[in-house]
Design a protein. Structure first.
Length: 381
């Protein structure tokens, strides 16, 4: 009778896990909740999920109840160095739920006396699959447990299949949302071009014509002011349209930078060393950062010349935007002085890169960006 109740409880929990995965939209939050539910039904002590790329780079996507030795220092040991399960997965040697994998991370924690491992030495590991695609690994462990029964492995495999299917669905939804966002940006850019942009252009032309029709000095000065203001607003509007829908990226990253600088009335000296071995998403992010830097140069530097240096190294791609204008006092220990600079820094940090500013009064400003080739890489095997 007790065994029957236990099976009913297991089936109920599996149903709840399936429902949670089916309704979940936020990847990390959903996976974290599912791991908690998995612990309830199996009685295991801890579990974690890795997403793994084709090149072996990986990200710890979710974890629950890690022992202190693995959780300390923001789970540093879980996010760095290599391990048996990730290496075997990358080599194609993990095709199903696997029993008794001694944990290299636990071994490292014990060897280096990093803290309490709570009696965990081994874990079961299960690949996350869906529609012939693999996404990563589900690992589970418990104190003193070095063997997992076939029934436990079968249960883990069925849950891993549910997780893999949910991951596939959420990834498809994310791509669809990105496509919808891109379409909306394009529509808004077109609307601005067809309405506000044309209206500002008409105001500028009307002011120019009105100026030629009057000899009154004060009235002429007011009309000149209106014309200059409308021209400045026109440049701002065209810049905004570019930010919504960059033109020229299809022709190449460097062409887009040169065309945008020309739009702002800047002379851009551009140099490139090596090939740009980065994908479209990286191109667009770097272009957005360069775009904002050129905007700042046009508005604040007080010069019309800017230099953009692009350079590829063994594992990183560098971009420098240099002007020799007014500059400003910048202290590395203080927060960034504008929302534009903060936004640029946040974009690069999300890429796993670094963002640095060097500026001095009356000597100019240099923005230095350095990003890895693989943007999503959070650790290495």
């Amino acid at each position: 009778m007790g065994e029957y109740k236990e099976k009913v409880k297991t089936l109920k929990t599996l149903k709840e896990i399936a429902e949670k995965l089916n309704e979940g939209m936020e990847m990390k939050d959903t996976l974290h909740e599912v791991l908690h539910m998995l612990m309830d039904v199996t009685g295991f002590q801890t579990a974690w999920i890795y997403f793994i790329e084709d090149d072996g780079s990986y990200e710890l996507m979710a974890e629950v109840s890690l022992p202190d030795a693995l959780a300390k220092h923001k789970r540093q040991l879980m996010c760095q160095n290599d391990c048996y399960c990730v290496n075997r997965y990358t080599k194609g040697l993990l095709q199903s739920a696997t029993n008794i994998i001694n944990c290299k991370r636990i071994e490292t924690a014990i060897k280096n006396n990093l803290g309490d491992t709570e009696g965990i030495t081994h874990h079961a590991t299960v690949p996350l699959k869906a529609y012939k695609r693999t996404f990563g690994l589900l690992n589970v462990a418990a104190k003193g447990k070095v063997t997992f029964t076939q029934e436990e492995l079968n249960l883990l495999e069925s849950i891993a299949l549910q997780i893999g299917t949910a991951i596939q669905r959420m990834k498809l939804v994310q791509k669809e949302q990105q496509h919808v966002l891109l379409e909306e940006r394009n529509r808004l850019a077109q609307d601005l071009h067809d309405s506000v942009n044309q209206m500002l252009f008409s105001v500028s032309l009307t002011a120019k014509a009105a100026r030629q029709m009057t000899s009154d000095q004060k009235l002429g000065e007011m009309i000149d002011f209106i014309q200059h203001l409308s021209q400045d607003a026109l440049i701002e509007m065209r810049s905004l349209i570019w930010q919504l829908r960059p033109r020229g990226l299809e022709k190449g990253f460097t062409s887009a930078i040169e065309e945008y600088a020309q739009l702002l009335g800047l002379t851009c000296k551009l140099s490139m060393s090596g090939c740009m071995e980065i994908d479209h998403a990286q191109h667009e992010t770097l272009f957005r950062v360069c775009q904002e830097a050129l905007n700042n140069c046009q508005k604040h530097a007080g010069v019309q010349e800017v230099e953009v240096k692009l350079e590829q190294f063994a594992e990183t791609f560098d971009m420098k935007i240099i002007d020799r204008g007014k500059g400003f006092h910048y202290d590395e220990q203080m927060n960034l002085p504008s929302l534009g600079l903060k936004g640029m820094a946040e974009r690069i940090q999300r890429m796993g890169g670094t963002f640095d500013i060097y500026s001095e009064l009356n000597k100019g400003t240099t923005i230095h960006v350095q990003v890895p080739f693989s943007l999503e890489r959070k650790g290495s095997s």
